[in-house]
Write a protein that binds this ligand. Sequence first.
Ligand SMILES: [Zn+2]
Length: 282
Amino acid sequence: MRILPALPEETLFSRCVRTRDVNGMTAEHFFRSFLNNIAHSLHPSLTTSLNILTESTAETGHELWLNQTLVPLYAWALPEYRAELEDLTISAARLHTLCKLCRFTEHYTAVLKHCPVCVHADIRKYGVAYWHRQHQISGVTSCHHHQVNLNHIADPRLSSLHLHFPYNREKMISLSGHDDFEFAKFTASALSLICQSAPGFVSYDDSPLIAGFLHRLSAKNAPTLFEKINHLASRSGNTCKALFPVRTNMVSQWKALLYNPSPQPPARTLLLLYCLHQLKLS
Ligand SMILES: [Zn+2]
């Protein structure tokens, strides 16, 4: 038995859910058949056990890692942990520790996001709706194809693969803010460049935008520049709210991204890059 082939932008998790559904398998049966009972849960975007799952797919384990999970985004944001993050045998517990997903445990919710317009388009084109990788990036609240807000599904338990498909859930369609949409498009392009290891996108610290900003900060009035960043970021209202739920001192938040050696969520760095991109610093 094989895992169903990937549809465009599809996460590995989504392929597993479809495979289970099409074959009418219980979650236990799926984990026994495809994961030798080693894993009992799969993260929606930081999927592990790729060394085992690759035996049931046409792709190599590295291709699954690169094209169907969000781990490359973390490898970009945490270059000091890249080798460990690229290890296909990494345990879920270690991966979640590295990615600072302390809240991702059995009894907490994992959020899956979907675009209601993509759901209709995917069903029309492929006969099935599925989860897109780009939608799962934290802080992304709008679809990068359609300017609509993403709907959320929060699952109380992660021990099994769920049969629900996005179209069975919320069907609300609402227009998203212009800047939230622009940020979603920016992150989708950035993810693609990161996955290609394009120049300036191998790791966040080799970004010319960040280097240019640091240079300006040393030469210009730093508070003014941070104010500009704040202004640009706050225009992406929903994104900002999702990434910085506590916004007491945004300057210190931006400084932590630039100077603090402790790891930061990649989506916050993407928001900073998005603002710098708009500032057009040369
Ligand atoms: Zn969409």
